[in-house]
Design a protein around this ligand. Structure first.
Ligand code: NAP
Ligand code: MG
Length: 500
């Protein structure tokens, strides 16, 4: 066995039991087979390891119907502190199933076990606990009113934050359970119910999560999972009149389409879309430290992060040293299957992604960028891509303009702060941006000047559950995480009381 092949012998019993069988939808608290299924494939080989059900119109209807009944019934009737208590229990259960959950996520996605355990399980438990606290803290306002055409009497006004209703959530594969929980947790805190469509490659963690939610005392129908393709199941969910809000994470192109469809029905929507996040290194930065940070800003999770630091701008005085440092990290990375001991970088999610990434590298070279390291795939059936650094990036290049969503860094030198601010902002995206410097005036100016929903100083991709996370420009509208995510799942009701 080569280091590039998965060693399934490392799996625990629970994850092994998920292999070699078909997985139904999760609707109204039950597993539902549909008679149609598709293959889940191992990114290290392309081989089928399990199957998942394909939902159709009848199953999407049933799921939305279950969610509506739970909203009006068992979930809607619970007091806020009961929602909180059950969400806290779910966080504990998720942690108790860390090994199973991280292993099934890794099987589907090819991501490292350390990453799926840390981000999809531990961070998700943290998100659930933070959001659980909001269930009891949603407040309205009270006021004395003066409606001019009701001259007498005593008028009092109140506002309530009510759950928006059934949330249709659609998520990608790159942090499958983690992003699903970013959608589910604030929806639950606000009192909503959910129908979630996972990415077709990574349905297993969401299905298992829905079972754990039942165990935690979250009633049937509150969290429903419908699996299948975006073109079919995703579209049905967005179009369904029983869905009050669409919460989406994915590409800008699909997000644009969803926004149009949701707006036409006056649904609420929250869209977390693509990015091409710049990492900016000023001349006073520590070269060794910043080379490590910049390398992992792009190579972490095999470059499959919405906030990946995919554009690197380094002040000319230290440019060569920083690029060499990043390239040294890249060269030190041994590609290996995620189910191999000590793996530091596995495959990307699919062969389609592998081909897309490599074609951007070819395009970048054809457009005049210089290959510093990587740029190829090993001769192996897995969807591997070498960690890659291209220097001499210019704004017009497709590899600089578009999100590649793989371990490919586009680097360039700059001379002045004004120049780099313009370069950084010369993108249709505005998700994240980081600046490495010790100069406090510069920190203030760059924080103000960067057009991005998150600006990080001397760190990249630091997402805290208490801070709103969202994109500017083509990176989306609305927020995951923080108070903003909970309020986003509410609608205001104004109430007037008249006392003669
Ligand atoms: P994608 O193609 O947009 O797909 C995302 C999800 O939407 C999948 O479940 C997909 O199913 C579904 N979908 C596709 N077409 C649809 C339609 N017409 N109606 C409803 N649903 C539809 O994105 P991806 O390529 O899988 O994921 C990578 C993208 O996600 C990147 O652009 C990345 O930046 C973005 N992302 C953003 C964030 C953030 O928070 N801003 C976080 C992570 C990832 P199918 O796969 O079957 O089409
Ligand atoms: Mg897609």
């Amino acid at each position: 066995m080569s280091r590039l092949d998965n060693d399934f012998g490392l799996l625990g019993d629970a994850a092994r039991a998920a292999m070699g069988r078909s997985h139904g939808l999760h609707v109204d608290g039950r597993a539902v087979e549909t008679g149609r299924s598709y293959a889940l494939t191992d990114p290290t080989s392309g081989a089928e390891f399990a199957r998942a059900a394909e939902a159709g119109p009848a199953e999407v209807d049933a799921a939305v119907d279950a969610a509506r009944r739970a909203l009006a019934g068992a979930w809607g009737r619970l007091r806020p502190h009961e929602r909180e208590r059950r969400m806290l229990r779910l966080a504990d259960l998720l942690e108790a199933h860390e090994r199973e959950m991280s292993e099934i996520e890794t099987l589907c996605s090819g991501r490292l076990l350390g990453n799926t355990a840390g981000v999809d399980v531990q961070y998700s438990a943290h998100v659930l606990r933070y959001m659980a606290g909001w269930a009891t803290k949603l407040e309205g306002q009270t006021m004395r009113l003066s409606v001019p055409y009701i001259p007498d009497g005593d008028l009092r006004g109140y506002t309530f934050r009510e759950p928006v209703g059934v949330v249709g959530a659609i998520v990608p594969w790159n942090v499958a359970l983690g992003i699903a929980v970013w959608k589910i947790a604030p929806a639950l805190a606000a009192g909503c119910t959910i129908v979630l469509k996972p990415a077709p490659q990574t349905p297993l963690s969401a299905l298992r999560f829905a079972e754990l939610a039942l165990e935690a005392g979250i009633p049937e129908g509150v969290i429903n999972i419908v699996t299948g393709s975006g073109a079919e199941v995703g579209e049905l969910l967005v179009a369904h009149p029983g869905v009050a809000m669409v919460s989406f994470t994915g590409s800008t192109e699909v997000g644009r389409k969803i926004a149009g469809q949701a707006a036409a029905q006056f649904k609420k929507y929250s869209l977390e879309l693509g990015g091409k996040s710049p990492v900016i290194v000023m001349e006073d930065a520590d070269v060794d430290q910043v080379a490590q940070a910049a390398a992992w800003a792009i190579f972490g999770n095999h470059g499959q992060n919405c906030c990946a630091g995919s554009r690197l701008y380094v002040h000319r005085s230290i440019h060569d040293a920083v690029i060499e440092g990043v390239a040294a990290v890249a060269r030190s990375i041994e590609l290996s299957a995620p189910l191999q001991d000590g793996a530091v970088m596995g495959p990307v999610v699919s062969h389609a992604q592998q081909r897309r990434i490599l074609s951007y590298v070819e395009g970048g070279l054809a457009d005049g960028a210089r290959l510093v390291t990587g740029g190829a795939a090993p001769d192996h059936p897995g969807a591997y891509v070498q960690p890659t650094v291209l220097d001499g990036a210019r704004p017009g290049m497709a590899a600089v303009r578009d999100e590649i969503f793989g371990p490919v860094l586009m680097a360039a030198a700059f001379d002045t702060e004004q120049e780099v601010l313009a370069l950084a902002n010369q993108s249709r995206f505005g998700l994240g941006a980081s600046v490495f410097t010790r100069d406090t005036d510069r920190i203030r100016r760059m924080t103000d000047g960067l057009e991005a929903g998150s600006v990080w100083i001397n760190v990249h991709n630091a997402l805290d559950v208490a801070l709103p996370f969202g994109g500017w420009k083509d990176s989306g509208v609305g927020n995951d995480l923080g108070e903003a995510a909970v309020l986003g799942h509410t609608r205001l009701k104004a109430s007037v009381q008249y006392h003669a």
